[in-house]
Design a protein around this ligand. Structure first.
Ligand code: HMN
Length: 294
């Protein structure tokens, strides 16, 4: 399970000037993370805008990432789609291109019973031999995973862990206790990486890691060596950046504008996620300067 522990970057959607998927930009971005020392990528999740892409596009994205870094990094494919049918299709595709694991949110839009969500996840879990990581993000999906259902699912052989993006470290601890020592718990809220790790998370998957991978790697390093004071300092610096990013018209618009100043042009987020405006450029540049100081 070690390959899933630590800092896993939630990979961004990469588009060209027409708003189409840009495989070359995907490859460049994946290579950039590999060179920064990141161990794994979470592809097609919230940060990857998977929910805003067609099934064919999502396959293209995963293929580009696999071709570039599939043999060098841990690749978790987020395959959750509104319908079970498409989620299963994407899970099978992830297995065919040799991703290391699949992961999925519950179906979105309809109010679903726990039975329904269980069924949805089970269909994906049973459709491949790949490890499965449950994705719990109730503020976006509207579905609140109970510790009971988590316990039931964690007993299945393929289910190796949960990515928990709810902002409760109590719930995180409860999930860890329910899953047992060999069950992975991955922290979702980047602002609470240190808190999540101290309450039992084995690492994290995050949407802001991608603009400052070095800082998250340093933070993780401090946690591993038990240097809590430095860890708190790094988390503080990270949170200054996140607080500013959250001021932009969309978080990912801000992240992409920032990466552009680092020489990585991955386009704008797909609408309805808004890009930054001309007015925001100054703030982006200030943030970029701040990051280069660290
Ligand atoms: C993903 O699935 O791509 C992300 O890892 C999701 C991740 O948990 C993010 N949560 C949300 O977007 C709600 C966080 O990284 C979040 O962006 C960050 O903590 C800033 O608030």
């Amino acid at each position: 399970l070690n390959k899933f522990k630590g800092v896993i970057v939630a990979f961004y959607g990469c588009y060209d000037g027409n708003g189409d998927i840009d495989p070359q930009a995907m490859r460049d971005l994946a290579r950039y993370y590999k060179e920064a020392g990141v161990k794994g990528l979470y592809v097609g999740g919230s940060s990857g805008e998977g929910m805003l892409q067609s099934t064919a596009e999502r396959k293209l994205v995963l293929e580009a990432v696999m071709e570039e870094v599939g043999s060098e990094m841990t690749i978790i494919a987020h395959v959750g789609a509104p319908s079970t049918r498409e989620s299963v299709e994407l899970a099978k595709h992830a297995e065919a291109v040799k991703a290391d694991a699949v992961s999925a949110v519950p179906s979105i839009y309809y109010r679903l019973s726990p039975d329904s969500v269980e069924h949805h996840w089970r269909a994906m879990i049973d459709s491949t031999a790949l490890p499965f990581i449950i994705y719990h993000i109730p503020q976006l999906t509207g579905f609140h995973l109970s510790t009971g259902l988590l316990k039931k699912l964690s007993a299945l052989d393929n289910v190796i862990g949960v990515k928990i993006s709810s902002e409760s470290t109590y719930e995180l601890q409860q999930f860890k206790a329910a899953g047992g020592p060999d069950f992975l718990v991955l922290n979702g809220p980047d602002e609470q990486y240190l808190a999540g790790r101290s309450m039992g998370a084995d690492g994290g998957i995050g949407g802001t890691y991608g603009v400052m991978p070095e800082l998250f790697l340093k933070l993780e390093q401090c946690i591993q060596t038990g240097d809590l004071e430095s860890a708190r300092e790094w988390q503080g610096k990270i949170n200054e950046v996140i607080s500013e990013l959250l001021q932009f018209p969309s978080l990912y618009g801000g992240c992409k504008a920032l990466l552009k100043l680092r020489g990585l042009d991955i386009g704008e987020p797909r609408l309805p996620l808004l890009p930054v405006t001309d007015r925001d450029q100054e703030a982006v540049a200030r943030l970029h300067d701040k990051l280069t100081e660290y």
